[in-house]
Ligand binder design. Structure first.
Ligand SMILES: Cc1ncc(COP(=O)(O)O)c(C=O)c1O
Length: 422
């Protein structure tokens, strides 16, 4: 995003043109930015550890156009469900290009996951006998919960450590792999996901050491060759102005050095190093373009827009900060106001107080930053406020990559028993 002569552009397209052509609210992705983010991270990690691969965690933004960009860049897919495996397949990725990291799997998940031939990453050793009832995954890993988790997004998002629902307790990891080996599984990997939006390289190093001390012992004692070790996602981005981003070069350097040292210490055959971020690739590569519908002066001055918690759940869900720009008014005098969406819930009053241009008025275009990860993917239809459109920008060009929902989308899949129609 750039501000040229006081007007906001995404790529080379003015947001006013996007609002006019596609309506509001609309998610707008910058293809070049996604590619830049991916390449910066890949270059850093593969420089220090050449046998390196990213699997994109498609849950963060599952638009097939975006997934195709990351596939073109060489990413595999981290899938949380069978439908995400199918999504990967729809863009041409299957088998060992896809890692199935679901949790609390149903028999149907297991059956369909096995049929797809993807890497199975089990969240709990108790799932293994259930998997074996249906077949043997070609390659199996366990999601290790190394006992620590960290989140710069809020405590709710912490996905490892004693309070997380995820992963195998370190004391159970040896037995989990032993059982898998005994059952005849021949190929192994290992996985963890211990952080969300982490901007301190040292944390990744700390957690790598912790993981490798768990997995190294398993490899040594059970004589298992880990074909890959996946250190999860969590590469952080700054959300607030002035916040420090992750020094990716430093993270890659430190993590690779720690990883190599542990591989040597435990006498392991060097595994492929993998990570499965999402936010780092797509987070800062999308904005929501919305409109001001009214300026209300009541107990406070409140700016009513068409971007609600149904459009962007993160602020209401876990207090996340998203910076807001007003097209044409970035240099204007500011005052403290609130900002909200159109839902009948007070959590939709998602900015209680922010310095925004004092002259903001009906019809102004607002642009919400860093909306690419866990943005559209978490949007929903509450109050009949339907999901927004998604647009991809590449330089001067723009493409509709998901149409705005309409009334038919709200009642699609419903049926009314005949007697209720009388
Ligand atoms: C298993 C798993 N892998 C990867 C990710 C991606 O995380 P991030 O977007 O923080 O990189 C997530 C996000 O929740 C996850 O649950």
């Amino acid at each position: 995003m750039q501000i040229r002569k006081n007007k906001i552009y995404i790529g080379d397209v003015p947001v006013s043109a996007i609002a006019e052509k596609y309506g509001t609210p609309t998610y707008v992705y910058d293809e070049n930015k996604i590619r830049e983010n991916y390449r910066r991270a890949l270059n850093a990690f593969s420089k220090y550890y050449p046998d390196f691969r990213f699997f994109y965690a498609v849950k963060a933004c599952n638009n097939p156009a975006i997934v195709n960009i990351l596939r073109q860049e060489g990413a595999g897919i981290d899938a949380a469900s069978v439908n995400e495996i199918l999504l990967a397949k729809s863009v041409g990725l299957s088998g060992e290009d896809v890692m199935f990291s679901g949790n609390f799997l149903s028999d149907d998940d297991i059956r369909r996951g096995l049929k797809s031939g993807v890497i199975f990453n089990l969240d709990d050793p108790s799932t293994l006998p259930r998997v074996l009832k249906f077949g043997k995954p070609k390659i199996l890993s366990f999601r290790v919960n190394p006992g620590y988790g960290k989140s710069n997004v809020g405590e709710f998002v912490t996905n490892a450590g004693p309070n997380a629902k995820f992963g195998v307790h370190p004391d159970q990891v040896m037995d989990a792999y032993r059982a898998a080996k005994k059952a005849g599984i021949k190929r192994f990997g290992a996985h963890m996901m211990p952080g969300s939006c982490i901007t301190e390289p040292e944390y990744f190093t700390f957690i790598t050491n912790l993981m490798m001390d768990i997995i190294g012992k398993v490899g040594r004692e059970l004589k298992i060759h880990f074909e890959f070790i996946d250190l999860g996602g969590g590469l952080g981005i700054p959300y607030r102005p002035g916040e420090q981003g992750l020094d990716i070069e430093e993270a890659a350097k430190q993590v690779s050095a720690a990883f190599r040292a542990k591989v040597r210490q435990y006498g392991l055959k060097p595994p492929r190093l993998m990570m499965e971020p999402a936010r780092y690739f797509v987070g800062n590569a999308a904005w929501i373009v919305g409109k001001v519908h009214s300026v209300k002066r009541s107990y406070k001055k409140i700016i009513g827009t068409d971007i609600g918690m149904n459009t962007l759940a993160r602020p209401a869900m876990y207090g996340a900060y998203h910076h807001i720009y007003v097209d044409g008014k970035e240099n204007a005098k500011r005052e403290k106001v609130g900002l909200c969406g159109q839902l009948c819930e007070n959590t939709d009053f998602w900015v209680k107080e922010r310095n925004l241009p004092a002259s903001i008025k009906e019809g102004d275009i607002v642009v919400v930053e860093n909306a690419g990860a866990y943005g559209f993917a978490m949007s929903y239809q509450y109050n009949g406020r339907l999901r927004p459109a998604e647009v991809l920008v590449n330089g001067k060009n723009h493409f509709l990559i998901r149409r705005r929902e309409e009334f038919e989308d709200m009642i699609r899949n419903t049926t009314v028993p005949g007697y209720l129609k009388k």
